[in-house]
Design a protein around this ligand. Structure first.
Ligand code: PRE
Length: 173
């Protein structure tokens, strides 16, 4: 790689390591959709919970660092919510089709939601942090980190597609 002049924040290494941070946080949040889906299946709850979505979006806007672009935070968090529902719908479809694979015990949604809220705040902060991903090479960094995370975590097709969905706006400014 050719070294370019500029601030440390804009260096290729820093950009790549922030891509790692963001993709890791996004994947951490996304895999919690499995637990949420199990709870909702067992309690026969709807996947869509608009009240909770509202709370998640508002909390992210509230806890975003001062001066953070509010719209960008909302768009990125919205992508996380939609990706979570992609996973949940796919799991529900599988359990409907093959009931013997369906969960039987409710994993208690409260703890998972606390963790989801924490990760949402971290994702929001990481996407708007100065010097973070977004410049030239952002999509390339994202793609290479994503394929590594997919392999390392053994993500299946559904989670891989949802991960890419969740990353949709990470490189847009
Ligand atoms: O907390 C839930 O019930 C979830 O399914 C998680 C989540 C989210 O990603 O924050 C996703 C879909 C729901 O509509 C609400 C919130």
């Amino acid at each position: 790689a050719t070294a370019t002049a500029g601030s440390a924040a804009a260096s290729p290494d820093v950009a790549a390591s922030s891509a790692t941070t963001i993709v890791t946080l996004i994947a951490d949040r996304l895999v919690l959709a499995d637990t949420v889906a199990r709870s909702k299946w067992v309690t026969r709850s709807a996947i869509d919970d608009p009240v909770r979505e509202h709370a998640v979006l508002d909390a992210a806007a509230r806890t975003a660092p001062p001066g953070a672009p509010a719209l960008r935070v909302r768009v990125v968090v919205r992508d996380q919510i939609e990706a979570s529902k992609t996973v949940q719908r796919a799991l529900f479809a599988g359990w409907s089709a093959t009931p013997r694979t369906a969960p039987r015990t409710d994993p208690d949604l409260r703890n998972v939601r606390t963790r989801i809220s924490d990760l949402t705040a971290e994702i929001a902060a990481a996407t708007v942090r100065p010097g973070t991903v977004g410049g030239i090479g952002c999509l390339a960094d994202l793609a290479s980190v994503t394929s590594r995370v997919v392999v390392d975590r053994g993500l299946d097709a559904v989670h891989t597609i949802a991960l890419v969905q969740a990353e949709r706006s990470v490189c847009s400014r």
